[in-house]
Design a protein around this ligand. Structure first.
Ligand SMILES: NC(=O)c1ccc[n+]([C@@H]2O[C@H](COP(=O)([O-])OP(=O)(O)OC[C@H]3O[C@@H](n4cnc5c(N)ncnc54)[C@H](OP(=O)(O)O)[C@@H]3O)[C@@H](O)[C@H]2O)c1
Length: 289
């Protein structure tokens, strides 16, 4: 299998998310379509719009973004590229980080800020109700009760259909679950970072979508000379496809959202749905810690 086969790639299998419905498990992360340091405009805005359009053309129906990507720029590009939205397309956004410069991320979880940012995401994405709102981080300086309560209120008011969390522990997931139904959890997870395995197991046991961010380790697993070279060559696939195929096989609740600003990489990544790892290859990857 090569990246050229992507035009004919079969879509990934689906997952039914609580409060949201069914989406294909292999989605798209929209953090990379903005400027360096996840700050400001991309070098080529038209190219960014084209990547997003191509993702949906190729069957992606789950896109992950955040108010803080740019900030604002990622959500605005999604709306420019895709609004009015194709039926069935779900856009997940996040609130809870302020941005004060390139690569600087400062949690802010006060209820009025989370509410303001939700209102602004509705405006930027040009919708009456967000498909999935994820709390980007629990702000350690703010009582979790304040943060979880406002999310529950926003859902009760119809401004948000489904709710999720990001970079949390099992205990935090359980606590949030007392306030609202948790549809998704988004933690860093890939072949070389399995520190959130306990959260993945909890998600699997409780029917929660697990969105592994940095699924190809922010690009490291796609670089030549990495740990996947030999196996990828044996399978006739690329290393990023192996990293994504491992995630897709690892658990039926895993929803990888590889991020890219390149159509070539997008097509290559989506074709990972065609790569079914045989038992021997999967065992080798499992053993690679
Ligand atoms: N919840 C959170 O706290 C959090 C944190 C970070 C990210 N996220 C979300 O998770 C998504 C994925 O994470 P990520 O973007 O950091 O990491 P990733 O998907 O593991 O890797 C993205 C990086 O890899 C490169 N890349 C992608 N496909 C490639 C390919 N086939 N060959 C070679 N290089 C490739 C991209 O560069 P090119 O543009 O050159 O392809 C980009 O630099 C983000 O887009 C965002 O939506 C969430």
């Amino acid at each position: 299998m090569s990246q050229e086969t992507s035009q004919h790639a079969k879509p990934s299998t689906t997952i039914e998310l609580k409060d949201l419905g069914t989406v294909h498990r292999l989605g798209f992360g929209a953090m990379r379509i903005v400027g360096d340091g996840v700050w400001g405009e991309p070098a080529d805005r038209k190219a960014a719009v084209d990547v997003v359009k191509r993702a949906v053309e190729l069957g992606v129906d789950f896109i992950d973004t955040a108010d803080s990507y740019g900030p604002n720029v990622s959500e605005e590009i999604l709306a420019e590229a895709l609004h009015p939205y194709k039926s069935g397309l779900k856009i997940a956004t996040k609130v809870g980080f302020t941005r004060t410069g390139p690569n600087v991320w400062v949690p802010l979880g006060r209820a009025e800020y989370l509410r303001q940012q939700t209102e602004l995401s509705l405006r930027k994405l040009k919708v009456d109700s967000l498909d999935l709102l994820q709390l980007h981080r629990i702000d350690p300086k703010v009582d979790p009760d304040e943060q979880f309560s406002v999310l529950r209120d926003l859902q009760n008011e119809g401004k948000v259909k489904a709710l999720g969390l990001s970079q949390v522990s099992v205990a935090e997931l359980e606590e949030a679950g007392k306030y609202f139904t948790v549809s998704t959890v988004q933690n860093r997870f890939n072949l070389t970072d399995r520190s959130s395995e306990d959260v993945l197991n909890y998600a699997e046991a409780n029917g929660i979508g697990f969105i592994p961010w940095a699924p190809i380790s922010a690009g490291d697993l796609a670089k030549p000379g990495g740990p996947l070279d030999e196996l990828a060559a044996r399978l006739g696939a690329t290393t990023s496809q192996v990293a994504l195929a491992w995630l897709l096989r690892r658990s039926p609740v895993i929803m990888p959202i590889p991020g890219t600003a390149s159509i070539r990489h997008l097509e290559e990544n989506l074709a990972a749905a065609n790569l079914e790892l045989d038992d021997r290859s999967y065992a080798e990857l499992e053993a690679m810690r």
